[in-house]
Structure formats: C-alpha cells, structure tokens
Design a binder for this molecule. Structure first.
Ligand SMILES: [Zn+2]
Length: 217
C-alpha cells in the first residue's frame, strides 16, 4: 500500500516525539519507503505549507499540519476505543483496523462516535484523544528511556507499533501495570524493571516508546 500524505504527517509527528532531527533518510526508514519517493512527498508537503524545514531540527509540522495530525489521531484513537470496548478487539489487533478506518470515516461519524463512547480522553494505548479542533497535546510524555530515578512507576502509555505491542504481550507487560525500575545502565543503555514477580531488561530503543508515571509514596 502506498503511504499517503496523512501517513507522512503522522510519521513526522511520531519521530518528533523521540528525535532531535528529522531527515528524509529517517522518514524513509520509518515508512519503509524509498528515499526519492520521500523527498518528492516532502516537496509537496512544503508547498502545501503542512510542514516546515529548518537546518537544525529538519522537518517539523506547521500549525496547519499539526491541526491535520490532531484530527487523524482523534479519529484513530476514538475508533480504537470503540473496537476494543465494543467489538472485543485485542490491543494488538486494533491498530491495523483503525489505520484503515481513520482515512475513510467522516467528521460527523467521529463526533457521533465520540458522544456514543461518552467522550473518552485516552486511547487503549494511553495516547491522548484531542477534542474537535484542538491540537494534540499528549498527557503522558515521560519516557522510560529518559527516567533516571529508580522506584515504582505505572506504565501509562505505549506507542502503538505492531512489533512493540507484540514484545509487550510476549512479556505480559500490559498498560497500567505497576513496574519497579531497578537499574539504569548508562553504558549498556538498558533499563531493568520488575513486575508480576519477574525481571525484564529493556534496551533504550524500546524504552523510548514506553511512557511512565511515578507512583508517589
Ligand atoms: Zn492507540
């Protein structure tokens, strides 16, 4: 399936959460698409003023681009809540379906769905659902990879990448789970946690997609 304009905007938004500089190369890697096709699309998005480019940070979303992305996440995440709560989809199954539907349903449908679901504000992966016309400001922004202080945390949000969800399911690490951060190894760039009476050492590349909230006390 050829990725469309909206997929590229979401890709830039997602890279922005974890990376300092966004280049054609990084976008091509993440989208698993050829570099020439990516640079062609970037030209288009720049011309439509959906993105901007700056020598220090690379590509970033313009206000217009951010508004469009917020609308896409709003659709995606409301659909996810519906599929999980009402059609018994698993967190792993839900992503692909939502990915297709978000491009096809109307705003009317989404607004009615939001009301039917009683205005949820987070998706099953802990992502924030923006209200109509609002920009997306994630409620949870502290990644495990940026956490230094050992102690008790709750896993409050994960990026909904298929392989990541698969990894979490394999280790029975579920969202809302209480975890204990036991060790941070700056040389190996690993994070050792315990939960459900077992230990797991997580590499930085995965820890940057997991969001935690400190449990006080
Ligand atoms: Zn989600």
């Amino acid at each position: 399936m050829t990725p469309n304009k909206e997929d590229y905007l979401k890709c830039i938004h997602e890279l922005r959460e974890t990376e300092e500089k966004i280049s054609n190369k990084r976008i091509a890697e993440k989208m698993q698409f050829s570099a020439p096709a990516v640079s062609e699309m970037m030209k288009k998005l720049l011309a439509e003023k959906l993105i901007e480019k700056n020598s220090k940070t690379g590509y970033l979303l313009s206000e217009k681009g951010q508004t469009m992305v917020a609308g896409l996440y709003r659709k995606h995440r409301l659909i996810e809540v519906f599929l999980i709560n009402h059609l018994n989809y698993s967190p792993k199954e839900v992503h692909e379906e939502a990915e297709v539907l978000e491009h096809t349903v109307s705003d009317l449908f989404i607004n009615r769905l939001e009301s039917f679901l009683d205005y949820p504000r987070v998706c099953p992966h802990g992502g924030t659902i923006p209200k109509e016309g609002e920009l997306l400001i994630e409620k949870y922004t502290q990644t495990l990879s940026s956490t230094q202080e050992l102690g008790a945390y709750r896993l409050v949000r994960v990026h909904d990448y298929f392989q990541l969800l698969h990894y979490l399911e394999n280790h029975q690490l579920a969202i809302q789970e209480t975890i204990e951060l036991l060790d941070v190894d700056p040389f190996a760039q690993t994070f050792t946690i315990s939960f459900l009476e077992k230990e797991l050492t997580i590499p930085h590349s995965i820890a940057q997609h997991l969001y935690v909230e400190k449990i006080n006390g």
